[in-house]
Ligand binder design. Structure first.
Ligand code: MSP
Length: 511
């Protein structure tokens, strides 16, 4: 049995979910769905990161306790993911007892192994990053990521001896050249490691909102140090070693590019220190930008005031365009690994061209002509149809692309098949033919629609199911197993094909 364990970063609950978070979660969701569709035993984890100064500050600003604030905001994330039809198997909250237990066991192990020592720490701290910087890291004295001021901090802390892992990390990445993808990000991590690693401060006394340090109750763990461990919390580390052994070798962390250092340097070193194998696969994606800016509320402009960023919540878009249209756009428009611009104009354009004119049009056209020329009953497909090869090619290319974490390519391949079917209909013009003379063409077009329904299931699960039912099929595409189910076959002949409303009514382009 092939196993597949995929994780998103756990999101800070200082604020509510925005489209940037949705980008990562929807990509992870589609990839998880693909793996279920090919029969892999799949585990998909997301969650919320609830400790640290940033969250404590947000709670104080809103006049509630951190606990009340995190309960409220964490729920906004689960609701957002439900609203986007995200199929996570688990949702970890770092304030849960199971997480406290795992953090305690994991860090006690590192402590017992002699990799944690007490020392004094002085540094420049950005609360938005929850991270220290050296003066050289700053841009005009400001945090390089958020552009906000940093504060000088001095604390008696426990330190993780990251420096002890420099050689082992280099060796690990040399032996596992695909552990970080894309390769450019692997090189970035490696050059950071080769540049020399300093020990990191991992506890705080200036803050009480964190996981208590088991061997010293004056300290809580630094938020990043507890957060990374969530990936093992979900597997029951400490409680269920068998489950950890089952899933951990198959882990795939999907992360944004600004958190490479934590995931590709700290986290593998922490694992080594605790006697756990480092994560086998880390995939780094870029940012969704609006007018060239990252979608983040904590950005500040040159004058130090908040940047007026469009407040794009996933719900505001799905209400307007529909869930699957937003999922499709997120997956199709910005390849994983690069930055991409988001705009309503771009979304509308893609909706009209790909969804209304191509997919929607194919489904509507075939059903209409089957109704008028075949009395609504599906004819058999033609085993000699030119679409047979196009379909096989789409299945191969899409499978390969999903495997490589390239949903945009998988969808491109699927849309080439949709294009080929639309072109075939235009060439043969079955709507002009005598009934009974175009059964082959229509049967083949219907078979393409069935295969397309399967191929889009990870990206657009509700649309896929709707098409399935319109083809007179029972059950759900998600119950099928690829690639076998996408072989050119004869499962539709004799079924009643339903016309239905347009799947994606055309939208006016924004003036
Ligand atoms: N809490 C940490 C992660 C801990 S994981 C052990 C954190 N949280 S975050 O909420 O700030 O960011 C979570 C993820 O959202 C990051 O991977 C980040 O790259 C992603 N995104 C936030 N804004 C984004 C865009 N505008 N575009 C794409 N992804 C972005 O970091």
């Amino acid at each position: 049995m092939t196993r597949f364990y995929i994780t998103t970063p756990i999101y800070y609950v200082n604020d509510v979910p925005h489209l940037g978070h949705a980008y990562c979660t929807v990509n992870a969701d589609a990839i998880a769905r693909w793996h279920r569709l090919i029969g892999d035993d799949t585990l998909f984890l997301t969650g919320t990161d609830e400790h640290g100064a940033k969250v404590a500050e947000a709670a104080e600003e809103h006049g509630v306790t951190p606990r009340e604030w995190t309960d409220r905001t964490s729920a906004r994330f689960s609701e957002a993911w439900e609203g986007l039809n995200v199929s996570n198997d688990d949702f970890v909250r770092t304030t849960e007892t199971r997480h406290y237990d795992t953090v305690r066991d994991f860090l006690q192990k590192i402590y017992d192994n002699g990799f944690i020592k007490k020392d004094t720490y002085r540094g420049l701290y950005c609360v938005s990053c929850e991270d220290y910087y050296t003066p050289d890291d700053l841009n005009d004295g400001m945090c390089p990521v958020h552009g906000r001021g940093v504060v000088e901090m001095e604390e008696d802390n426990y330190f993780f001896q990251l420096s002890a892992f420099q050689d082992r990390l280099i060796e690990w990445y040399e032996k596992n050249p695909d552990a970080i993808r894309p390769a450019s990000k692997r090189n970035e991590a490696l050059s950071f490691i080769k540049g020399g690693l300093k020990d990191v401060s991992i506890t705080r006394t200036s803050l009480s909102w964190g996981v208590p340090v088991p061997w010293d109750d004056a300290h809580v763990f630094y938020v990043w140090y507890d957060a990374l461990i969530n990936y093992l919390t979900a597997l029951g580390y400490g409680e269920d070693p068998e489950n950890v052994a089952t899933w951990w070798p198959h882990v795939h962390h999907l992360i944004g590019k600004e958190i490479i250092r934590f995931h590709c340097v700290w986290w593998p070193a922490m694992c080594m220190a605790a006697g756990v194998e480092p994560p086998a696969n880390i995939f780094v994606h870029g940012w969704l930008l609006v007018g060239g800016q990252k979608l983040s509320k904590s950005m500040v402009d040159d004058q130090g005031g908040p940047v007026k960023l469009t407040q794009i919540t996933p719900a505001s878009l799905t209400e307007d365009f529909g869930v699957d249209a937003i999922r499709y756009h997120l997956l199709r428009n910005t390849p994983l690994g690069t930055d991409g611009e988001f705009s309503i104009e771009g979304l509308t354009e893609r909706y009209n061209s790909d969804l209304a004119n191509n997919l929607g049009n194919l489904v509507a056209r075939v059903a209409t002509v089957v109704a008028s020329k075949c009395g609504g009953t599906a004819p058999a497909p033609d085993p000699q149809s030119p679409l047979v090869a196009a379909a096989a090619q789409a299945v191969t290319s899409a499978s390969d692309a999903w495997q490589r974490f390239a949903p945009h390519e998988a969808l491109e391949a699927t849309w080439r098949l949709i294009g080929a079917a639309n072109a075939e209909l235009e060439n043969t013009e079955p709507w002009k033919a005598e009934p009974g003379t175009v059964d082959d063409v229509l049967g083949s077009a219907l078979e393409v629609v069935r295969i397309v329904a399967l191929l889009i299931a990870p990206a657009m699960p509700a649309t896929s199911l709707e098409i399935w039912h319109r083809l007179g099929l029972s059950g759900s595409p998600e119950d099928e197993r690829l690639p076998g189910a996408a072989d050119w076959g004869n499962s539709l002949a004799g079924h009643d094909v339903i016309k239905g409303d347009p799947l994606f009514p055309r939208r006016k382009t924004t003036p």
